[in-house]
Ligand binder design. Structure first.
Ligand code: DGL
Length: 274
């Protein structure tokens, strides 16, 4: 039995990652689940993010996905390790869940000449300390500066990312972050933030590069599947993408195309229906 690759996010952000998966690996089937009814996850407790993420992962497994990617930094930071260590061992041993933090931290040092890296993320991601801890493992001595941007996800989710109101919050957080050190590489450590890229570029000096995660995570998944033929053999390949949201499909379809770059038609999921 083969099944699709499950891709999960609290809302729309994971579509910026799925877009890169489809671009590089169009042959696989993908099942995207956005937990829009409970987004944003960024300000939520560890317990809530873990509980919601696990519920969504279990649903994706139930749909036949052998592999689930948490295309959400907040879920990767607050839930992935517990799911991998505590929950997966009690399930089918062939099932896998991967996140977005490791594929990013294992290459980020290659982009920085000064060894000063800036991380922009949700409060949950920043408070978890996942980025400084993981970057230290792969690139010891790198100085990691973080800034939580609690308003950025709401700006993106509410279609304000390209409007004048966004400028204030974008500039505010970039100014605070860049004042901390001689940063030459900025990471958008939230899968929603690529939509703010044009505004971000307006407020940073030339010479600072901005990395979005989608391409890094897609390259990493490609490598993972090459190294794991046993997983590759379990994936179905009809080049399909299916979109599921826990909230309104009308809203999802209206917003999602901006993240995915193509029209999206979603199906509603009521997780409480069991
Ligand atoms: N897209 C999620 C991330 O990468 C965050 C969105 C949220 O706060 O729900 O962190």
């Amino acid at each position: 039995m083969s099944g699709p690759i499950g891709v999960f996010d609290s809302g729309y952000g994971g579509l910026t990652v799925l877009k890169e998966f489809v671009q590089r690996m169009p042959h696989w089937d993908y099942l995207y689940l956005g937990d829009n009814a409970r987004a944003p996850y960024g300000p939520r407790s560890f317990e809530s993010v873990y509980e919601y993420t696990l519920e969504c992962v279990e649903w994706l497994f139930g749909q036949g996905c052998p592999l689930v990617i948490l295309a959400c930094n907040t879920a990767s930071a607050k839930a992935l390790r517990t799911i991998q260590q505590k929950d997966l061992p009690g399930m089918d041993p062939a099932l896998r869940v991967l996140g977005v933090i490791r594929p990013t931290t294992e290459v980020i040092g290659n982009y920085s000449a000064t060894g000063n890296v800036g991380i922009l993320g949700t409060a949950g991601t920043v408070i978890s300390g996942s980025y400084p801890i993981e970057i230290e493992r792969f690139f010891p001595g790198t100085r990691v500066y973080q800034e939580a941007c609690p308003m950025w996800v709401p700006l993106v989710e509410n279609d304000e990312y390209d409007k004048p109101g966004a400028d204030y919050f974008v500039q505010q957080h970039l100014t605070t972050l860049l004042a901390q050190g001689n940063i030459d590489t900025l990471l958008l450590a939230c899968t929603h933030y690529p939509l703010l890229l044009p505004k971000i570029k307006q407020y940073i000096p030339d010479g600072i590069q901005v990395l979005s995660q989608g391409s890094l995570v897609a390259e990493s998944l490609k490598g993972y599947l090459e190294r794991h033929p046993e997983m590759e053999a379990k994936l179905s390949r009809n080049a399909s993408q299916t979109f599921v949201t826990t909230d309104s499909t009308t809203d999802f379809d209206t917003h999602a195309s901006r993240f995915f770059g193509r029209p999206v038609h979603s199906v509603h999921l009521d997780l409480s229906a069991g």
